[in-house]
Design a binder for this molecule. Structure first.
Ligand SMILES: Cc1ncc(COP(=O)(O)O)c(C=O)c1O
Length: 396
């Protein structure tokens, strides 16, 4: 834990960067990315080749990504959201078919279930981990459950093996065990049970949006799976679905994005190492502080630390938590964010369709805040941010 002397000393070293709660560029770009863009563009400045279609290096990026995650197949798409839509459409949900989705989530997964004609069954999140609670999945699984769709919410893996075990015990009468799907938009590069996040689930979808652990020029996504049929479908419907005679639209990634993706992927482990350096140093500075719980880091998983989530004691929930976030911004110029409230709280369409049925998660989210983190954050900036947070706590 930081001493008062260390807090005071850290606060004299104001960062040159006003660290946003979720930095607008989540990775680090350099000359290699610039070179990759130029090479790929020059290659495309040719009437015979041009920028299309699904041409190298797109398949190379897919192969490299599949290798990285230990999966058989990968399909590059224009962003994670459409990737999730594709996976949901593949399931051919019928009215009344259920998908269990944690409410503490970004809106992409429940919206995709809605778009595909299914019913979201909101799952509560585990109060220690913020992940979809397997015990609640056990309570809510029914013969209509087609999929269990957890999100690796802050960059650490959800307990995928536990969901798979539950799914296997509750097969759908027609389709067999519900598919376990991972939203790894925030968890690219995290580890789980000796594998990379993405290996365990039937399908996993990643985001390469500008804020994420790696980015393909600001937008992009990837679907990985061991299921050849899903991969064939995804490859086809990302470009209008002719190959599988299914509905599709254009969800393709460009050659230039893929070229940059190859470079970013090669650096991903170093980005994750940078995030872990910041997180573990911050853990030490916050260790033993009364009233807070540090980020969940189970023995069988190592977080990518896309976010640094802190759980406050119930007495500091809601208004006091909001006061900390506002004070961090106004007094110290430091970003913190609630990631996330139950998604139906911010998206009326989700509440209208699927209700607001996770009171425990609503309470849990009111105790949450995520402090800014980035692989390039210096130790001194990390100390300043941590000291600013501790000073806010002292004011409570
Ligand atoms: C958990 C989660 N899922 C899905 C998405 C959607 O990603 P994209 O912007 O690449 O469509 C995001 C983006 O912020 C996210 O945080």
């Amino acid at each position: 834990m930081m001493t008062q002397q260390e807090i005071d000393a850290a606060l004299t070293k104001k960062p040159a960067i006003a660290w946003p709660s979720e930095p607008r560029l989540g990775s680090i770009y350099g000359q290699e990315e610039l070179d990759a863009v130029e090479k790929s563009m020059r290659d495309s400045m040719d009437v015979v080749k041009g920028f299309g279609f699904s041409a190298p290096p797109i398949p190379d990026f897919e192969a490299a990504f599949a290798k990285y995650t230990g999966t058989k197949f990968a399909t590059a798409v224009n962003s994670c959201g459409p990737g999730i839509d594709i996976v949901m459409r593949y399931l051919k949900l019928q009215p009344g078919d259920e998908v269990i989705v944690p409410s503490i989530n970004y809106s992409a997964a429940p919206l995709a279930v809605l778009g595909a004609g299914g019913t979201v069954i909101w799952g509560e999140s585990d109060p220690d981990t913020f992940m979809l609670d397997p015990k609640d999945v056990e309570r809510k699984i029914t013969p209509r459950t087609r999929a269990i769709f957890p999100v690796h919410i802050h960059g650490c893996s959800a307990p995928m093996d536990e969901y798979i075990e539950i799914a296997n015990r509750h097969p759908h009468p027609v389709y067999g065990p519900p598919k376990v799907i991972g939203d790894a938009a925030r968890a690219c590069g995290g580890d789980y049970n000796g594998t990379k996040i993405g290996k365990r689930s039937w399908a996993t979808i990643y985001s390469f949006h500008t804020q994420k652990n790696m980015t393909t020029l600001g937008e992009g996504g990837m679907i990985v799976t061991d299921d050849e049929d899903l991969n064939t479908y995804a490859h086809s419907v990302r470009m209008y679905g002719g190959g599988v005679n299914a509905w599709g639209t254009s969800n393709v990634m460009t050659k230039v994005q893929a070229a940059v993706g190859l470079v970013q992927l090669a650096k991903l482990d170093s980005f994750i190492a940078g995030r872990r350096r910041v997180a573990y140093a911050r853990n030490k500075m916050l260790e033993g502080v009364e009233g807070i719980t540090l980020p969940y880091n189970p023995p069988n998983a190592e977080s990518s630390f896309y976010m640094y989530p802190i759980k406050l004691k119930p007495e500091w929930a809601g208004p006091k938590r909001d006061y900390i976030i506002t004070t961090l911004k106004e007094k110290y110029n430091v970003g913190a964010v609630v990631a996330n409230n139950p998604s139906y709280m911010g998206r009326k369409i989700l509440a209208d369709h699927f209700g607001k049925t996770t009171p425990l998660s609503e309470r849990l989210a009111s105790q949450l805040l995520c402090l800014s983190i980035h692989p390039a954050m210096s130790d001194s900036d990390n100390a300043y941010i941590t000291a600013a947070f501790l000073s806010c706590l002292h004011e409570l």
